[in-house]
Design a protein. Structure first.
Length: 142
């Protein structure tokens, strides 16, 4: 347990291609990730990662493409790609057309905390898919 906490708190921020979440599924990491998420991410991505806004995507859907893959090696590679993307996106932030949608967290969170957040997000249940769009709802109202 202490070794895990040291890994989470002091691992370097080396977001390299092919990096995989080293604490995926670990209960201690998920608990730490929940705390870090609530303190830093919830205001945009929603409490418990369940209420994203238009600007902040539903992070629970990051693995949506990987989950149905039947080939274990292919699924592992897919998750590795998503892990690398997640680490890069969190450490460098999101900027489009000069507008900052998400600030970079590299000077705020350790790599271990970021991996813990990823593990927490993966532990959250997916929302039921919407069967109607806002356009469908608007048309039904008229």
């Amino acid at each position: 347990m202490h070794r895990l906490l040291l890994l989470l708190l002091f691992s370097p921020l080396a977001a390299q291609a092919g990096e995989t979440n080293p604490v995926r599924g670990d209960p201690a990491a998920i608990a730490l990730g929940a705390q870090v998420f609530q303190a830093n991410c919830a205001r945009c991505h929603g409490e418990q990662a369940t209420g994203p806004s238009a600007e902040a995507p539903d992070l629970r859907r990051l693995n949506a493409f990987c989950q149905p893959l039947k080939d274990g090696a292919l699924q592992a590679r897919c998750l590795q790609d998503v892990d690398s993307y997640f680490m890069m996106a969190v450490t460098t932030g999101k900027v489009r057309a000069g507008i900052v949608y998400m600030p970079p967290w590299r000077d705020v969170l350790t790599a271990g905390e970021i991996w813990a957040v990823r593990s927490f997000i993966e532990s959250r249940p997916l929302a039921a898919p919407r069967l109607k769009t806002s356009v469908d709802i608007d048309h039904a109202a008229h």
